[in-house]
Design a protein around this ligand. Structure first.
Ligand SMILES: *Cc1c(COP(=O)(O)O)cnc(C)c1O
Length: 395
């Protein structure tokens, strides 16, 4: 079964457990063997078993790719050594010098860095960063574009874009729409069903889910782009190791259980924060107060595990000091970058994940020193709230 949308396995949770996980035909092993061989014996010169050299094709990686394709309801998946490597492969596979790329303006920092420092000056593609809240700007920008890069919800503001509306104008303009679906995972959002052409994931986050794997993946139905991605996976050589593929496939099997719990916890935490006197504002797409709540309710099956909020500074009015005191005081929420794993994390975007964004741009995007980003894990919601409550009291 080389191409599969996974629906024959049933609903998402069943697909996460079973797709790509057929018992090993040789031994009956119910989990995918970690296939470490770098080279594969040929029956006669040029006559292979389907595998020849492990960068080009690896049985553990192939099993994971089948699992991830089914998870997104895609015909194909190509896995890479990181989310950033997946981005590089997508751009190599779709764009050439002179092509125009339209990108959402508060895109993931690593994506922005690659576009600004490599894609434009080195490869000579034209970039246009656009505020996707204004569809008339999007409509104008996509004219003559080759690729449109969207991330929803955005990081760290958690603004939501209507994927189907962007897919419509992108499609009319003859461009390809990529959606970075890392923040919600295949459990809470499936962009291909909403008209996107390509889905990008940093599997480092919720798909692997345990803060112990760095990996990326691209899911799609487009046969031509799939061929190109396989060519660049082999040519650029940015492949994930068989061990990491095993770990990622293992993580995917519990994605629905983890996301259900994280999402429930996030809902409780967001409500708690919204009612707290020491909190100025909360952004979570599952809250009725979220500016794009209606779009989120239509295209997402939950608000996700990331919550952004702004603390009220103490009597000295010093936002950065208040945020530092809060982050020093949490005991369960670990002060760290990244998101989507079993343990809860808290960070200051202005100092940590978005520290390299120029100050004026940070201010325009509302990324000030009072902002805190949480990744809500699968612990007890009551314990998480108690931890936040005692830390907010330290401000
Ligand atoms: C982390 C992340 C990436 C980059 O993935 P890596 O696996 O760290 O290379 C891309 N997009 C989003 C939204 C991310 O959160």
């Amino acid at each position: 079964m080389s191409t599969s949308k996974g629906t024959e396995y049933g609903d998402l949770g069943t697909r996460f457990v079973h797709a790509g996980n057929e018992p090993d035909p040789r031994t009956g092993a119910v989990t995918t063997p970690i296939s470490l061989a770098t080279t594969f014996a040929q029956v006669a010169p040029g006559e292979t078993t389907g595998y020849e050299y492990s960068r080009t094709g690896n049985p553990t990686r192939n099993a994971l790719q089948l699992s991830l394709a089914a998870a997104e309801g895609a015909a194909h998946c190509v896995a890479f050594a990181s989310g950033c490597a997946a981005l590089v492969a997508i751009l190599h596979s779709t764009c050439r010098t002179g092509d125009k790329i339209v990108c959402i303006d508060d895109v993931y920092g690593g994506t922005q860095r690659y576009l600004r420092t490599c894609v434009e000056p080195i490869y000579g593609m034209k970039l246009e960063f656009v505020d996707f809240k204004d569809m008339s700007l999007v409509q104008k920008a996509v004219e003559g574009a080759k690729l449109v890069w969207l991330e929803t919800p955005t990081n760290p503001n958690l603004e939501v874009t209507d994927i189907a509306a962007v897919a419509k104008v992108t499609n009319e303009a003859g461009a390809l729409l990529v959606v970075d679906n890392t923040f919600l995972s295949p459990y809470l959002q499936n962009p291909l069903e909403l008209g996107a052409d390509i889905v990008a994931h940093s599997c480092t986050k919720s798909i692997a889910g345990h803060s112990d794997v760095v990996m990326g993946a691209v899911c799609l139905n487009n046969e031509d782009v799939h061929k190109q991605l396989l060519f660049f996976q082999n040519t650029l050589g940015s492949v994930p190791s068989p061990f990491d593929c095993y770990m990622c496939q293992r993580g995917l099997k519990t994605l629905h259980i983890r996301m259900q719990r994280s999402n429930e916890n996030a809902s409780v935490v967001a409500g708690f924060l919204e009612a707290h006197a020491q909190v100025v504002r909360v952004s979570w797409p599952g809250l009725a107060s979220h500016p794009q709540f209606e779009i989120a309710s239509r295209q997402q099956r939950g608000g996700g595990m990331v919550i952004t909020f702004w603390v009220k500074p103490g009597d000295d009015g010093d936002k950065r000091a208040a945020c530092r005191r809060f982050l020093a005081a949490t005991k369960l929420f670990v002060c760290a970058e990244s998101l989507g794993a079993v343990e809860s994390l808290a960070e200051s975007p202005s100092i940590m994940t978005h520290g390299s964004v120029p100050k004026e741009k940070r201010e325009r995007l509302g990324i000030d020193d009072a902002m805190v980003r949480l990744s809500v894990g699968i612990e007890s919601a009551q314990d998480l709230i108690a931890d936040l409550d005692q830390a907010l009291a330290q401000i």
